[in-house]
Write a protein that binds this ligand. Structure first.
Ligand code: AP5
Ligand code: MG
Length: 216
């Protein structure tokens, strides 16, 4: 039976950082809606163009195109054993769609780690973030610096700062999260899937808490 993990939490709390580590440790595929949109932007697809117009303002990309993109992604062979979903779902409509998609494979969402931290922590994490061009690996100027400035430790590609990590866009992203995504906390708590994790701890401590949570 496949295992599906939904990483829930505000922008900058460490969903991507932890999803990559967890994917390595569990062998499950890492499916990040934000990374998929950024790949589309890089490849100048129609979807990329549409997504960029929302992402640059810190707004959510419309549900219909986001759901279609994830439906196609999780049907691929590397998701056969399951997936770690990072950044999806982000609205109740997306959560309902996910439930339906997984039911089609005879599965369901198994674990929803909700990683949380205060707004000041989020802002300081996003303002120091450096992301790798090739594979979206993330570093932080202070908390998780690369060995060589501007170069990804893992694949040697260039590190860049995301357009939506500007302070005004970060503030909007946090607001959008509170309005549109936070209702999912209740949704998954009532479904008995939510596992609360303190995201203000160092990276290794968050990983340990997550591994404990998903091995139950
Ligand atoms: P997305 O790419 O998903 O961005 P986000 O949710 O805003 O989350 P981030 O990637 O900014 O943060 P993260 O939690 O992954 O943190 P990270 O691990 O990088 O989405 C971008 C946009 O795409 C959205 O605004 C929207 O427009 C669109 N979109 C995406 N999905 C969508 C959907 N489902 N529906 C509609 N629209 C969608 O860590 C941050 C930094 O902190 C890094 O520098 C890292 O090194 C550092 N760090 C991490 N953990 C720690 C720690 N424990 N201690 C110290 N530093 C740490
Ligand atoms: Mg991320």
């Amino acid at each position: 039976m496949a295992t599906y993990i939904v990483m829930l939490g505000p922008p900058g709390v460490g969903k991507g950082t932890q999803a990559k580590i967890l994917a390595e440790k569990t062998g499950l595929a890492h499916v990040s809606s934000g990374d998929l949109f950024r790949d589309n932007i890089k490849n100048q697809t129609e979807l990329g163009q549409l997504a960029q117009s929302f992402m640059n303002k810190g707004e959510l990309v419309p549900d219909d195109v986001t759901i279609a993109m994830i439906r196609e992604r999780i049907a691929r062979p590397d998701c056969q054993a399951g997936a770690i979903l990072d950044g999806f779902p982000r609205t109740p409509a997306q959560a309902d769609a996910l439930k339906q998609m997984l039911a089609g494979f005879g599965g369901d969402v198994d674990y929803v780690p909700f990683i949380n931290a205060d707004d000041e922590v989020l802002v300081s994490r996003l303002s120091g973030r450096w992301t790798c061009r090739a594979n979206g690996h993330v570093f932080h100027a202070t908390f998780n610096p690369p060995q060589k400035t501007g170069v990804c430790d893992l694949d040697g590609s260039e590190l860049y700062q995301r357009d939506d990590d500007k302070v005004e866009t970060v503030i909007r992203r946090i607001q959008v999260y509170s309005e549109q995504t936070a209702p999912l906390i209740k949704y998954y708590r009532e479904a008995g899937k939510l596992i609360e994790i303190d995201g203000a701890q160092p990276i290794e401590h968050v990983t340990a808490a997550l591994m404990k949570a998903v091995s139950k």
